[in-house]
Design a protein around this ligand. Structure first.
Ligand SMILES: Cc1cc2nc3c(=O)[nH]c(=O)nc-3n(C[C@H](O)[C@H](O)[C@H](O)COP(=O)(O)O)c2cc1C
Length: 244
């Protein structure tokens, strides 16, 4: 059972830069928090993410310099590398279709397909491939121009270029990372998200394929009191809140 409620975990979570070397963390609990992370909302349920849970001291020592020797990496007990796998879109679309077979039954005659099933199968069978397929960015731009023209006359989806799809995939992965950090906080464990790293070298170290992208590296451990660098600062809430 987690030790903290959601509001308690949100307030407890701070970016911790120095972890206590005397306080190890339980790998199975961190893994459980990653399982929670995989329940984060994901664009079109495509789950274009992977979580690399680094538990060996040796690998942490190799990654810390690639995070520019930040204390948060150097003193970490464990690390999690959140990886975006936009390149797996075909596999994930297939997995969604296979799930549909399980839910609705395989090989339903077309005439018998209920409308929800039809829409869902069409979505993963046609719309997702149309949105995700690209060739050197060219097809993405063609889609963008086409969608922009149609968009003059009616509301239209706009995020179809390669760069847009990268944002979509990173957005989703960020939600998984945040879900993970809150789950860790609920357990009384600390984290620090880091985008300060040489992502190319980290990719090479983990043996990731060309299409994979590092979203962020989250260091894990238990805080030393001086590991929280000062009071939490946020601009006044009224400055960012607009009731419309
Ligand atoms: C995407 C992202 C990247 C970050 N990268 C780093 C980093 O490389 N090093 C670091 O010490 N903190 C990093 N942070 C932590 C922020 O500095 C921190 O969240 C912010 O100062 C607010 O503090 P808090 O998390 O304690 O509330 C990052 C945070 C986010 C969301």
């Amino acid at each position: 059972m987690p030790k903290k409620t959601v509001p308690e975990a949100i307030n407890y979570r701070r970016s911790v830069r120095i972890y206590d070397p005397e306080k190890p963390i339980d790998t199975t609990i961190v893994k459980k928090c990653l399982e929670q992370a995989s329940l984060a909302p994901t664009s079109s349920n495509m789950q274009l993410w992977e979580f690399y849970h680094i538990t060996s001291k040796e690998t942490i020592e190799k990654i810390a310099p690639l995070c520019f020797n930040q204390n948060a990496a150097k003193t970490a007990q464990q690390l999690v590398v959140f990886v975006v796998r936009k390149d797996l879109w075909r596999k994930r679309a297939k997995a969604n279709l296979a799930f549909m077979d399980k839910v609705f039954g395989k090989n339903n005659p077309k005439s018998e397909q209920r409308s929800r099933e039809k829409v869902a199968r069409n979505y993963y069978g046609k719309l997702i491939p149309f949105t995700y397929f690209d060739f050197l960015g060219v097809f993405g731009w063609l889609k963008y121009i086409l969608f922009s023209i149609v968009g003059l006359f009616r509301p239209m989806y706009r995020e179809v270029r390669n760069s847009d799809m990268r944002v979509v995939a990173h957005k989703t992965c960020g939600l998984a990372a945040q879900t993970f950090m809150l789950s860790m906080a609920a357990e009384g464990y600390d984290t620090c998200p880091m985008e300060g790293s040489d992502t190319w070298r980290v990719k090479r170290l983990l043996g990731l394929p060309f299409g994979a992208e590092i979203n962020m590296i989250v260091s894990c451990g238990i805080r030393k009191p001086e590991g929280v660098y000062g009071e939490r600062f946020r601009v006044p809430f009224e400055e960012v809140y607009r009731e419309v």
